[in-house]
Design a protein around this ligand. Structure first.
Ligand code: ZN
Length: 155
């Protein structure tokens, strides 16, 4: 568990300091805003999809704590090249991981680098910081691309 905690902290620090895919797209196909009132994290997600509903470009922007920023950064890295269905499946898996019992072995199969967020299980107050970007991704993927976009909240 100490190993996971160390890895968790170093990945959070790295992605918070140098977030991947940070910014906005000029004409996104889909977008959503996310808000975690518990911590004050705010996030905007922009997506471009191809005809097979595969993510071909993704950017995020906003203001949040280190965990929410790192989670969004890792999520956008993961989502590039994935289909809507793959991403929604992984969202469920990620959510199950971070809300599982820290005393039990984490099911991280297939999560790749996202597995380090198993470390957040030891900090229950920060779970919503980790899941905000995934709630926002789900809202964007399920939106119709019209209007001002969806607003996701962790409440
Ligand atoms: Zn936060």
């Amino acid at each position: 568990m100490d190993e996971l905690r160390d890895l968790y902290q170093s990945v959070i620090l790295d992605h918070n300091k140098a977030p991947r895919n940070f910014g906005e797209l000029e004409a996104p196909d889909l977008k959503a805003d996310g808000h975690n009132p518990l911590c004050g994290d705010r996030l905007t997600l922009h997506l471009m999809l191809d005809d097979d509903e595969r993510v071909v470009d993704v950017k995020f922007s906003g203001n949040g704590c280190a965990i929410s920023t790192a989670s969004a950064s890792l999520m956008t890295e993961y989502a590039l090249g994935k289909t809507k269905d793959e991403i929604l499946d992984t969202k469920e898996h990620f959510h199950d991981l971070v809300t599982s019992n820290p005393q039990e072995e984490a099911d991280t199969s297939g999560l790749g680098k996202l597995a380090v967020f198993g470390g957040v299980r030891e900090f229950p107050a920060r779970v919503k910081c980790a899941t905000l970007s995934w709630h926002t991704m789900e809202a964007a993927l399920n939106s119709d691309g019209q209007g001002e976009g969806e607003v996701a909240t962790t409440e």
